[in-house]
Design a binder for this molecule. Sequence first.
Ligand SMILES: C[S@@+](CC[C@H](N)C(=O)[O-])C[C@H]1O[C@@H](n2cnc3c(N)ncnc32)[C@H](O)[C@@H]1O
Length: 464
Amino acid sequence: MSSPRPVLQVQSTTPTHRYPNLSAPSMLERTLSSRRVNSYGEGDAEAGGGADESKTKKHQHIFFRLTTRASNYLARIAGSGSFYLPCIVVSLFLFFCLSFLFTSRGFVCISSSYRPVSSTAFFDFDGIDADFGALGVPCCRSKHGKTVEWTSKDLLKGLEEFVPIYETRPIKNNMYGMGFDHSFGLWFIAHWLKPNLMIESGAFKGHSTWVLRQAMPDTPIISLSPRHPEKYLKKGPAYVDGNCTYFAGKDFVDFGSVDWPKVLKEHGILDLSRVLIFFDDHQNELKRVEQALKAGFHHLVFEDNYDTGTGDHYSLRQICDQSYIRGGGHSCFIDSDEARIRSRRKKLWEKAVDIEELCGPDEAWWGVRGYMRDNFNHSNKPISYAQHFQNSRYVESILDVYWELPPVAGPSLTHQTRYDPARTPPPIVEDGRYGLFQRLGLANLDKSVFNGYTQMVYLKISEQ
Ligand SMILES: C[S@@+](CC[C@H](N)C(=O)[O-])C[C@H]1O[C@@H](n2cnc3c(N)ncnc32)[C@H](O)[C@@H]1O
């Protein structure tokens, strides 16, 4: 990697027109792999970018074996005499019932990592049960079952590289902006894809602009934000980039209203498949996906991919949290396992939600409270469940890749209590691996930087 050249606190907004060599493989080639890998980027999993299925399969094998053995045993003691025929019938009946029960999990699409009573639950120093994925980790299905080509090994290697970079960040306290997990995710994705242009919507004090700059030292950035980051310089640390065109302050234009053909032409960008868009503007993500598709962009990152029942805007994860998706959907029955687990976890994790919050009165909310939330919760549109369902089908129809960043480390290491691991893929550095956590330099970071994980997601989209 070429070493990053941060341009700290530069006041220039003049666009420049320097573009790296185009002969590198396309972003598409770098992102997609013909290998089928799971949503964490490793192993052979079923198409669709889902989680590792092996645990479900193992369960099925065990229960199949048990029921088969039971029926064989009953049949054996029954012998061949007609006197024992009822025993054989009963055992066969039991066999079919149990087999159906355990194979039908696939139909209801409970996450493969769903374990109502987990044997691998991790209790950290406070006795908090991490139990990653126990309540299902929904994901959006991609059209052709493709996913990213990077693996968990690449993520670990990336972490090693990124921690020392993060330590040099100009904005040490980025409250209301990205913390460590998402800073790493954005840096990793940009660094891997090597775009020719990076566009960000929602800059705040400029931390994410700085992250993009670290990933791609010479690539131009376009930043859209109602308040110019330079305004924050008066009060404290902020970052203004020298190779960034700002549509900010009095020049602010919303992403959906930018004349993209004109702006891209001005930047000399002909190949839209080498442009990376980063959204951290708390707008309805369905709206942003439609706008990005209309403009011809393919590679999108959403910082706040809020879980169902949380957040101030309609997110991809919420859209795809449908019962036909592995790990998706949820139960509104107050007596269900899910209800019990959720109410217990609500006491432990700040952002965990219970069945009441998810379902609302008469089960009318189905997780998003009946609204497509938008613009920091300021302009919400009511939607019906049928529309919500249609939205998920639409997203699937244009989706080539959906990949959620895992948290960097387990809660026993980061001491975070904000997001609920039961709705999250397993972390890059798993609970209990303090040696690795320390070796990577993560132990030296202030614990507060680990408190902002909201399932950052990378999407690759294209017309149907
Ligand atoms: C959570 S902050 C962004 C944090 C920043 N990315 C970081 O990492 O520090 C959200 C930002 O979005 C901006 N914003 C609000 N509406 C917007 C819009 N329509 N388009 C772009 N940005 C918007 C806000 O002013 C705020 O600066």
